[in-house]
Design a binder for this molecule. Sequence first.
Ligand SMILES: Cc1cc2nc3c(=O)[nH]c(=O)nc-3n(C[C@H](O)[C@H](O)[C@H](O)COP(=O)(O)OP(=O)(O)OC[C@H]3O[C@@H](n4cnc5c(N)ncnc54)[C@H](O)[C@@H]3O)c2cc1C
Length: 251
Amino acid sequence: MAGDGRGANLLVADAGIPEAVLRISSNLPDCRREDGTIGVSAGTALDELSRFAADEGLAGLGFASGIPGTVGGGICGNAGAFGSALGDVLDRVEVLTRAGEKKSISRAELDFGYRGSSLPQTGDVVVRAWFRATAGDRAKLVAEREEILAKRREKHPDWRVLPTAGSFFKNLPPETAGGHRRAAGKYLEQAGAKAMREGGAYVFEKHANIVIAGPGATARDVARLTARMAVTVREKFGFELEPEVRFWGQV
Ligand SMILES: Cc1cc2nc3c(=O)[nH]c(=O)nc-3n(C[C@H](O)[C@H](O)[C@H](O)COP(=O)(O)OP(=O)(O)OC[C@H]3O[C@@H](n4cnc5c(N)ncnc54)[C@H](O)[C@@H]3O)c2cc1C
């Protein structure tokens, strides 16, 4: 069994996958203030959680503004932007284990790292999450959110119009301890990735780390294109790019 959110970070084989997929997704947000935390269902859109926090004057979740997908998918991949990630503000989750039991898991047990957690290994499915909420200035938080959304609109394709999984490869570790991660897009651009395409899949003109599944694109096209992108970076710079997007099935 596999747990799925909105598929915003997945490349699923053209032939499908043999497992049953449990889709944890909801059209209506379900966010509540609960004892100094925000309690939210795993199927709530991450962006709705961020909107709720800003509207309630609660700080810490502005960075998640505009990140597609669900709260559950975001926790699984420790979604983040602008130097913050969900694991920094999560308090605990309630999961359904592979054995079908409900269990509460603390933030520490989720073993968060850059774009990862222990969830893919354990197979636990998040059903509800609680985030630490600190009081902030509502007007400032709403303005910060609008600013982040505007920045994202400038840089990212609208996934409703141009199908994409966002950044395809993970950013690279910092060169010096405590420094910033290095943008994979910068190396891809210098290696000439923006001119690449494979079948219906092509690299977004404004961001060399974003692949668009254009009309008629197959998962195979995306896999071939991204493999070529990784090879050009290896040949030019001598290091391996690691996909952030998860592959499901034999792509
Ligand atoms: C335009 C665009 C921009 C993006 N920008 C960013 C960004 O700035 N930062 C960033 O981090 N990501 C970004 N992404 C990637 C994507 O939004 C995130 O990875 C998101 O968290 C995926 O959520 P999802 O619900 O779609 O998960 P899915 O893609 O459906 O699943 C991803 C993984 O999570 C697991 N999963 C899903 N739901 C659950 C659950 N309830 N319990 C346990 N496991 C679960 C799945 O099994 C899978 O392994 C972007 C994507 C797009 C399309």
